[in-house]
Design a protein around this ligand. Structure first.
Ligand code: GLN
Ligand code: ZN
Length: 764
């Protein structure tokens, strides 16, 4: 039996982030459109060649994108809001305007981008298509057909990948002022898909991969079952084409029956996150349909345990006529290749990892092994040796960390007294005015700050010189905050590139890759740290900085500034050999020790940021409670080691928190600062519904643009907040850190913010 081996998609950026350079070069005018087109074509060809060389029998096409595949799909079916129609929609002008807005006075254009949203529970962000009442659909772009032809001309067996119509609409929103819902437009959209699919059939495609990842979510079957049946019923009429229906990131669960009954020719199963579906799928997916076994994890960077995955595959092959071997989801969420890490990471760690290129090899090995065990013997043995090495390595286990975590009783998760009692003690000790003002932590990371860091890393600035520079920046920053009249000061975070990287670099159990970049949105990539072992804190991380910063102000408290355990976990590649909750618990212990050390050093206010708590929420509601329970627990573990007088702050941004407001309350922080200015009403609504009795600082202005908010507009917002929050609990602060801003606008904005609080005090 010969088994098809393939993946659901490959990372687009290239081994050296060539796509980033091409696209950004094009935006700034350094590269021509022709160069962008040719460079991208070469990247696609390289990526197909890589897949074939490593033994895949079929490659996905259409997974490439200049910016985002959801945007590509919307653009292809003509979901182009009117405001972009004045632009050139045939070339890239309108496309990139939808992606990132366009402000060009010379042609009199000023249009914002589409909204951006997180792609399921990944760190990838997609552009949200915007559909208006009376939306007309047309086949506007033939990108996927062109890319299919390109691959065919190069001699590849290729399978076009298209985001399915139900997911496309479910991920869309309706334009302001429209009364229809996105799914209302399905009937009008289907003919455009049929047209696209027919053209793919004419071009010679045999299989088309239709991605319907919403099948991994809780769906209202009254709405979605007819929607899927209607769309796929029509697609079944296109002659000569076979469809692989894919879903990923979680089990199909109660959507499995629906998927199995659709008139498609194959069903993909994410057997990493959704292995619970397998037995039922083998039973109910009709025999004539292909099962695509997603056995290689597209979401993490560990070498697969091939022996274990081969056992699952063998079972499937024993039960089915047609089986494919594949990745669990697209490899978009994996870094490109391990090659650049040789010589950067130690050989042992290198042996444990697998990036996209290596994952392609793993897929091919599994397919070879199940067809003919002897043909893959060497690869399986090599894999088994690495897997065993990781299991046995002494670098991974730190028994004292495990024992400490296991021995904790509930007292480690509770403050000594209730909030109301703590509040009295804190007010007496801190002596802050009513409506205290503060900022979220970072101040502008100017070119000068970045330059000094780069010089220090290169070795052209000595450690002492760099420290002197940082001290002087911190001192200036504190003195300025003091002068302008802020009440609780921050040191400015000049020593940090990134709020997770900084802590990862100081903790044991983390490694950093050289080129482990993953696309976050558009041309932006992130390089998450890798947590490979038990986490511990060999030395204090922020105490010196905090002590120095506090010494720069005679009588105002300076906040200690830490990142919380869930956020550190969420923005790293996490080990898969123990539950996430346990890794988070270990990080929490390290942060707890830091919090206690800060208190000992005389720091009275300590902020532990958890902006990523919301994004760690599982896809299925049934899994919410378990996640929220341990994420609240680890935050409490990190923050409850202090005395009642010490004020614990936390901070949230990036998303809508209403869904987890109850959990936020259970964090038992003394003060939360929370992004608010863009969603006033929503946050106030949540406060109303859930009641909030601790102190809170809903952001008074958006920090994402250089615009200076006026006293009047912030005062209006502040007045609205006072209706919901008792004066003694209300803080005045911006939405988030000021790292990406420039000093001139920061100075004006914060001076205005201080004025708002002063006016409010005067009339209090
Ligand atoms: N303390 C961090 C800062 O101000 C918080 C960043 C964040 O919330 N993303 O930069
Ligand atoms: Zn923030």
């Amino acid at each position: 039996m010969s088994i098809k081996s393939t993946i659901l998609g490959f990372p687009r950026m290239g081994s050296d982030r060539q796509l980033k350079k091409l696209v950004e070069g094009f935006w700034t005018g350094k590269a021509t459109e022709q160069e962008l087109v040719e460079g991208s074509k070469k990247l696609r060809a390289d990526h197909w060649a890589l897949q074939k060389t490593h033994g895949l029998s079929e490659v996905p096409v259409g997974d490439f994108s200049y910016y985002d595949h959801v945007l590509d799909t919307a653009f292809a079916v003509g979901i182009i809001p009117d405001r972009y129609k004045q632009l050139d929609t045939a070339g890239t002008q309108a496309y990139f305007a939808m992606a990132r807005g366009l402000q060009d006075k010379s042609i009199g254009v000023d249009v914002p981008s589409l909204e951006m949203k997180k792609w399921f529970d990944t760190n990838y962000h997609y552009m949200v298509p915007e559909i208006a009442d009376g939306q007309k659909f047309v086949l506007h772009s033939t990108k996927v057909i062109d890319e299919f032809n390109e691959a065919k001309a190069l001699g590849y067996a290729a399978r076009p990948v298209v985001l399915g119509p139900v997911s496309l609409l479910a991920l869309s929103k309706t334009a302001k002022g429209s009364s229809s819902k996105p799914l209302d437009h399905l009937a009008n959209l289907i003919p455009i898909y049929v047209q696209l699919l027919s053209q793919l059939a004419t071009a010679g495609a045999e299989w088309v991969q239709l991605d319907e990842p919403v099948l991994a979510l809780d769906l209202d079957s009254h709405i979605y079952k007819p929607a899927f049946e209607q769309a796929y019923g029509e697609f079944a009429k296109v002659s000569g084409l076979k469809y692989l229906l894919t879903s990923y990131f979680d089990r199909l669960g109660d959507n499995l029956e629906l998927a199995a009954a659709l008139p498609v020719h194959g069903i993909h199963l994410d057997l990493v996150r959704g292995v619970a579906d397998l037995d039922k799928a083998l039973e109910i997916v009709p025999q004539e349909k292909v099962i695509s076994a997603g056995l290689i994890n597209g979401r993490n960077i560990w070498k697969a345990n091939l022996e274990k995955q081969l056992a699952i595959l063998t079972k499937i092959v024993g039960a089915r006529k047609s089986v494919w071997v594949s990745s669990s989801c697209s490899l978009l969420h994996s870094p490109h290749s391990l090659r650049p890490e040789a010589g950067h990471l130690d050989d042992e760690t290198l042996g444990w990892l697998s990036f996209a290129e290596e994952k392609v090899e793993e897929v091919a090995t599994l397919a070879a092994a199940v067809s003919n065990p002897d043909s893959a013997k060497a690869q399986l043995e090599a894999n088994a040796a690495k897997v065993a090495s990781r299991k046995q390595s002494e670098r991974i286990t730190r028994p004292h960390v495990q024992q400490r975590l296991a021995a904790l009783d509930r007292s480690f998760y509770n403050r000594k007294a209730e909030f109301t009692h703590r509040q009295q003690l804190q007010h007496a000790s801190l002596k802050l005015p009513v409506f205290p003002t503060t900022t979220i932590g970072s101040f502008p990371q100017t070119a000068e700050v970045r330059k000094a860091r780069a010089q220090f890393r290169k070795g052209t600035l000595s450690k002492a010189e760099y420290q002197e520079f940082l001290d002087s920046e911190t001192r200036k920053c504190i003195e300025w905050q003091d002068e302008v009249g802020l009440d609780v000061l921050v040191h400015g975070e000049f020593e940090r590139t990134d709020m997770v990287e900084f802590f990862g670099e100081h903790l044991e159990g983390f490694v950093f890759t050289k080129k482990g970049w993953v696309q976050s949105y558009g041309s932006r990539c992130v390089k998450p740290p890798v947590i490979y072992g038990d986490v511990s804190r060999p030395h204090a991380m922020t105490v010196d900085v905090a002590r120095f910063a506090q010494s720069c102000s005679a009588n105002k408290p300076v906040k200690g500034m830490l990142t919380g355990p869930v956020t550190i976990l969420q923005w790293s590649f996490v080990r898969d050999d123990q539950p996430r909750s346990q890794t988070a618990g270990q990080i929490a212990l390290a942060i707890r020790d830091e919090v206690v050390d800060l208190e000992k050093a005389g720091i009275k206010v300590i902020q532990v940021d958890e902006p990523a708590i919301r994004e760690g929420l599982p896809l299925r509601k049934a899994d919410y409670d378990a996640y929220l329970k341990w994420s609240v627990d680890v935050f409490r573990l990190a923050t409850t080691g202090v005395n009642n007088e010490t004020q614990i702050h936390t901070h949230f941004c990036y998303s809508d928190f209403n869904e987890i407001f109850t959990a936020i309350k259970s964090l038992d922080a003394d003060v939360i600062t929370i992004e608010n200015s863009k969603s006033d009403l929503k946050l106030l609504g949540a406060l109303e519904v859930h009641g909030y009795s601790a102190e809170i600082g809903p952001g008074l202005y958006d920090i994402h643009s250089p615009r200076v908010p006026s006293v009047e507009e912030m005062a209006a917002r502040f007045a609205a907040l006072q209706k919901y929050i008792p004066a003694e609990n209300l803080w005045a602060n911006p939405d988030c850190g000021l790292k990406t801003r420039g000093w001139p606008e920061v100075k004006q904005s914060l001076a205005n913010l201080v004025a708002v609080a002063a006016d409010a005090r005067a009339s209090y």
